[in-house]
Ligand binder design. Structure first.
Ligand code: HEC
Ligand code: HEC
Ligand code: HEC
Ligand code: HEC
Ligand code: HEC
Ligand code: HEC
Ligand code: HEC
Length: 634
């Protein structure tokens, strides 16, 4: 509580005097009018140069090399192609084939009061979501019914589905769990107010599951898929130079061959980076300025592209999440030069699926003997008939939630019932974030920027809990400081726009948001949140034309019903009822359970003299309200 009061005080002091000192010129600016927004957005803006990429001796890390696809590699490496095709990596993402998918089903999700149906129509797999409207005997009110297009997850543990809606890829609330042999709610959806069909699958999600995926026009939510599942070049790097060399000259005589990355020849730290692209996961991640993780190529330093952050550990190894982090805490790792992921997992080994026990026991014997164990064999066999080293030294937890470690990767002596994954923090005190990989080669100002953005990202997660505001305060302090020290860039300015906007400093927020969306260089990605700041502030100021432009941009960049509601609001204020109704109808398509949207359409339709349309939406609003009442939600 005292911390909170202190924060409020700090903020208040900042509001009153801080900004005058930091940005004196801004307060002299003329109040700007609506119409100049488009004009203002055309003025160029200064972007700080990006930091150099640490060079690599591999030739396929430069833009000279391009991706060729795994079919090319298969021509000459049929063994590796075949082995790889049988491992989960090669099935991490796929196009849905209705016949091969789990069976049709229906079930009721009590927490959200919704019912689900998996069904097939015209040889397509479909996921339907419905609610029971007012009367018990009235038919279920179908909210959405989408074709499942892609599936994420080889099905080893679970399969999560992706649908297409309004030009975006969207996660289905339904997942198939292999161990239970059942359709149930997707991870994170087993709660009263889940997102239904509203979570957009962005490039950041697909990057780890797809082979080759790119953003369309730098938009994170619009993707182009070149290769559906993880493939050769995800680990070996782009192959064009290697293919050209092998085809032209026959086998290279050069040792080593620098046109392609051979993981088996890399020192372990360099090899682990390649796995870390997808297997290193912290609580927040931040892309390097002007770059995206999709620009990363095997052989390069990962931290030149993206930095993962984790919570600083007191020293309780139990809360360390992630295979890489856990492995690095093992004495096996620390006291041997060679133990690494590929010691136990080769991406070309087909014995992957069910191979606990004997397979891994032999791995232990590469460095230990049976009598290296502190317990003698008879004691061990009493506790575990198979004397399975893993049972005691790499215990397994009972989860099937993707992205949780199932098998403890700190190889060592564990307490009984020690879970391999961390419990979610519910602490109310803010903790410290630290980068998970070494970032000392980055300039200090970039390190500070990364950390500041990481606090902001982390504050938006559930794990931030009650300390959310403290994390945002830390973010503001760091980001304001790097801005003052001269760093410029779209995501920095977008973050400042959000943080200032929340504190009611709308003029500052507008200026940061405008400059964020003005960065038009090729490497600048969409700044959705800056458009949101621009739209909301102008709407509040009744500058409806400017607000309309901003919300229209937003509807192209993301799929959120509220953006369409706001766009409809602007259009209504500007007297374009027809367009307003259309915008609201799209809003309702995105979030079909919102009665307020139907209510507003009914109101507009009534004023516009369209009673039948008004009647239809009024009825839907009432039916949805009665559903909410019956569930006792506010
Ligand atoms: C035209 C035939 C051909 C094609 C196509 C081809 N390779 Fe090769 N590759 C070879 C030959 C021959 C060697 C062994 C000699 C060498 O190291 O260059 C080799 C070696 C390799 C090596 C080991 C390199 C080393 O340092 O020893 C890797 C890894 C590799 N290829 C991956 C790939 C990948 C990934 C693709 C697809 C992008 C691919 N290859 C496409 C012929 C080919
Ligand atoms: C492009 C992203 C990506 C890269 C690079 C990557 N992985 Fe994976 N890995 C995944 C995904 C996604 C899955 C889950 C696949 C599934 O079951 O759907 C996975 C699954 C696994 C599994 C569990 C399934 C199995 O095969 O037993 C292991 C082990 C694994 N990866 C090890 C590695 C190692 C070692 C490296 C580095 C040499 C690596 N991965 C590189 C994304 C990646
Ligand atoms: C940073 C990389 C990364 C991102 C981003 C990522 N995944 Fe994964 N995913 C993995 C890896 C690695 C695994 C396999 C093992 C594990 O859990 O670590 C996996 C496993 C899964 C599985 C289970 C696979 C199986 O065979 O049981 C599903 C389902 C899944 N992910 C869905 C998603 C969805 C949906 C998103 C986006 C919202 C997403 N993933 C984003 C890396 C990633
Ligand atoms: C998840 C990462 C990953 C993917 C994806 C992957 N490889 Fe590999 N590859 C490795 C690793 C690690 C090695 C080193 C040897 C080992 O561990 O088996 C390797 C080794 C190789 C070698 C050298 C073999 C030798 O003995 O010298 C070739 C050739 C190769 N891979 C080709 C391919 C081809 C072709 C594909 C796609 C069909 C592919 N790899 C996909 C990780 C990967
Ligand atoms: C690449 C070599 C290597 C492999 C493979 C390996 N270890 Fe180790 N391990 C070591 C070294 C080195 C130490 C530290 C010195 C010692 O105790 O022998 C160690 C230590 C340990 C310890 C003591 C941990 C502690 O915290 O005191 C345990 C337990 C252990 N290993 C179990 C295993 C098991 C089980 C496997 C197989 C799953 C395994 N190791 C695989 C090299 C390895
Ligand atoms: C000493 C051996 C060993 C090392 C080293 C090792 N693993 Fe594992 N890993 C295992 C075992 C054992 C399993 C459980 C396999 C099973 O149940 O079939 C496993 C399972 C996994 C899984 C499946 C999900 C889970 O938690 O069960 C992933 C993903 C994975 N490892 C990734 C990695 C990565 C990435 C690295 C390198 C940072 C790594 N492993 C290093 C032994 C190892
Ligand atoms: C039933 C549980 C159990 C099984 C099975 C088991 N261990 Fe252990 N192991 C232990 C315990 C407990 C200790 C710690 C003993 C102590 O501190 O006195 C230990 C200690 C060790 C150590 C560290 C010894 C030291 O001096 O630091 C190694 C290495 C080891 N085990 C390897 C193995 C290997 C290899 C296997 C499989 C062949 C194995 N263990 C199977 C329970 C087990």
């Amino acid at each position: 509580m005292r911390r909170l009061l202190l924060n409020i005080l700090v903020v208040a002091i900042l509001v009153v005097c801080g900004w005058y000192v930091l940005y004196p010129a801004r307060f002299d600016a003329e109040p700007q009018t609506d119409d100049s927004l488009t004009a203002r957005l055309k003025t160029p803006v200064e972007t700080s140069p990006t930091t150099p990429i640490t060079p690599s001796h591999f030739l396929n890390t430069t833009s000279q090399a391009t991706y060729v696809g795994k079919e090319q590699c298969a021509e000459c490496h049929s063994d590796q192609h075949k082995s790889f095709s049988e491992t989960p990596h090669s099935a991490a993402m796929a196009v849905v084939e209705a016949d091969a998918e789990p069976p049709d089903a229906t079930f009721q999700h009590d927490l959200s009061g919704r019912s689900y149906r998996v069904h097939r129509r015209d040889s397509q797999l479909r996921h339907e979501e419905a609610i029971q409207s007012g009367d018990e005997d009235e038919e279920a009110h179908v909210l959405s019914d989408h074709v499942a297009r892609y599936v994420l997850g080889s099905g080893h543990h679970s399969r999560t589905y992706v649908v297409q809606a309004n030009g975006f890829l969207v996660e289905s609330p339904l997942t198939w769990y292999a161990s239970k042999r059942r359709w149930l709610m997707s991870p994170g959806y087993d709660r009263p107010n889940h997102r239904g069909f509203r979570r957009v699958i962005s490039i950041d999600c697909l990057f780890c599951h797809a082979g080759r995926v790119e953003m369309v026009n730098g938009q994170r939510n619009k993707v182009r898929l070149f290769e559906h599942s993880i493939a050769c070049e995800s680990c070996h790097g782009p192959g064009s130079l290697h293919v050209a060399q092998e085809k032209a000259a026959g086998p290279s005589t050069e040792e080593p061959d620098l046109t392609i990355v051979h993981l088996g020849r890399l020192p372990r730290a360099e090899q682990e980076r390649i796995c870390a692209q997808c297997h290193l996961r912290g609580v927040a991640s931040v892309d390097a300025r002007g770059r995206h993780i999709t620009d990363y190529r095997p052989g390069l330093k990962l931290t030149d592209f993206r930095v993962e952050y984790g919570l600083e550990q007191s020293d309780d190894s139990m809360t360390v999440v992630g295979h890489i982090q856990q492995m690095r805490l093992s004495r096996c790792y620390q006291e041997s030069a060679e133990l690494t992921c590929t010691t136990c997992h080769s991406p070309h080994d087909t014995t992957t699926a069910v191979r606990r026990g004997e397979y891994f026991r032999q791995k232990c014997f590469e460095c230990h003997r049976s009598d290296s164990c502190g317990l003698d064999e008879s004691d061990r066999s009493r506790q575990d008939v198979e004397d399975n080293c893993l049972a005691c030294h790499m215990p397994r937890g009972g989860t099937d939630i993707p992205h949780f470690v199932f098998t403890h990767h700190r190889i060592g002596v564990h307490k009984p019932n020690e879970l391999p994954h961390a419990q979610l923090a519910t602490d109310s005190a803010a903790e410290t974030l630290i980068p998970l990989l070494d970032v000392s080669h980055l300039p200090q100002i970039e390190q500070d920027r990364g950390l500041g953005l990481a606090y902001l990202r982390f504050s938006e997660t559930e794990q931030a809990g009650l300390a959310k505001l403290d994390y945002r305060q830390k973010s503001l302090e760091l980001l304001e400081d790097v801005y003052r020290r001269g760093l410029r860039g779209p995501d920095l300015e977008e973050a400042l726009a959000i943080l200032f906007g929340e504190r009611g400093a709308s003029q500052e927020a507008m200026q940061f948001a405008e400059s964020a969306v003005r960065h038009r260089s090729k490497s600048a990605f969409d700044t959705m949140n800056a458009w949101a700041v621009l739209g909301n502030i102008q709407y509040k100021k009744k500058q409806f034309e400017g607000a309309r432009q901003a919300f229209e941009q937003l509807t192209k960049l993301r799929r959120a019903s509220q953006d369409w509601v706001m766009l409809g609001g602007c259009l209504r204020e500007m007297g374009d009822t027809q367009a307003a109704i259309q915008a609201l109808q799209t809003a309702s398509e995105i979030d079909p359970a919102r009665s307020d949207i139907h209510q507003t359409i009914a109101e507009i339709a009534t004023t516009a003299g369209r009673p039948s349309l008004a009647g239809k939406h009024d009825k839907q609003a009432r039916s949805l309200r009665s559903f909410t009442r019956r569930r006792g939600r506010p």
